[in-house]
Write a protein that binds this ligand. Structure first.
Ligand code: AMP
Length: 280
């Protein structure tokens, strides 16, 4: 495994690999790696002969007052984990390497970026799309792996790849969870013991909604969301930001639950923001 910090070095390494006929898989991350990230890396390892993982806490996707400064950074622990997964290249650039002082272009998928997370984190997906486009241009992978944990991000990136004709396939990977159902996240380390005990309620809410649909008790999304909201609100200490049932291609509300409907939610537990979703 090679740790590289410059764009030029990644380009050279990938060029060499391609020259010897390798298929390039890419997993972009912000580090503080956990089992969720590693599931993406394992999938890439299975499907590709050359695996690149990036670790970059991208400043442009954090809003003012968000957790950019305190976001967990633990490069050496991350490298140990990636070494075990037999990754070829870890790309960990500096902010200056990714964003020279005079850089000014941004990439936006406007419609899909305005709803759900976009309402609470204006500019977030512009930052995500901009950095992902840059990383795609730097690494030029055949396959890029993203988690369903961040469903809206995955859907936006798929749209962006289609719109901009990137010659690569975006692969969506299932959400990895802790034993009690909480989706693995780098931000879970912020949770106090009490908050950590409360956090699984988010997934319990989604599972309850799923069970109601499976039992054919509810098909109208309005009623389903109301039931989910009521269950969640019974737990004090959780502040609901949104709970919505939307079409997973357009992210627009739909009247009835059917295959392809995404139920997505965000809650705050103290200062910590958690997101989760299920796809029907
Ligand atoms: P991040 O480091 O949070 O930017 O995440 C990097 C990638 O890992 C994104 O594609 C995420 O969707 C994915 N990811 C994060 N947490 C999970 C999880 N619990 N299960 C599956 N994928 C995840």
């Amino acid at each position: 495994m090679k740790l590289v910090k410059t764009i030029q070095e990644v380009r050279e390494e990938v060029k060499k690999a391609r020259g010897s006929g390798k298929v390039v898989g890419f997993v972009p991350t912000m580090g503080a790696l956990h089992q969720g990230h590693l599931s993406l890396v394992k999938r890439a390892r299975n499907e590709c002969s050359f695996v690149v993982v990036s670790i970059f806490v991208n400043p442009t996707q954090f809003g003012p007052g968000e957790d950019f400064a305190r976001y967990p950074r633990q490069l050496s622990a991350d490298l140990t984990l990636l070494e075990k997964e037999r990754v070829e290249i870890v790309f960990a650039p500096s902010t200056e390497e990714m964003y020279p002082a005079d850089s000014s272009t941004v990439v936006e998928v406007p419609k899909l970026s305005k709803v759900l997370e976009g309402k609470f984190r204006p500019g977030h997906f512009r930052g995500v799309c901009t950095v992902v486009v840059k990383l795609f241009n730097i690494v030029q992978p055949d396959f890029a792996y993203f988690g369903w944990k961040d469903a809206q991000q995955l859907i936006i990136i798929k749209q962006m790849v289609r719109d901009l004709n990137f010659p690569l396939t975006v692969v969506g990977c299932p959400t990895v969870r802790e034993a009690d159902g909480l989706a693995a996240s780098s931000r879970n380390v912020y949770l106090s013991e009490r908050q950590r005990a409360l956090a699984p309620v988010l997934y319990q809410t989604l599972k309850l909604m799923e069970a109601m649909v499976k039992a054919k008790k509810i098909t109208e999304t309005r009623k389903l969301v109301r039931a989910g909201r009521q269950f969640l609100m019974r737990h004090s200490g959780l502040q609901l930001q949104y709970l919505k049932a939307v079409d997973s291609r357009t992210l627009q509300p739909v009247p009835r639950v059917k295959p392809g409907v995404l139920v997505a939610a965000a809650v705050k537990v103290g200062r910590v923001r958690l997101i989760d979703n299920i796809l029907f």
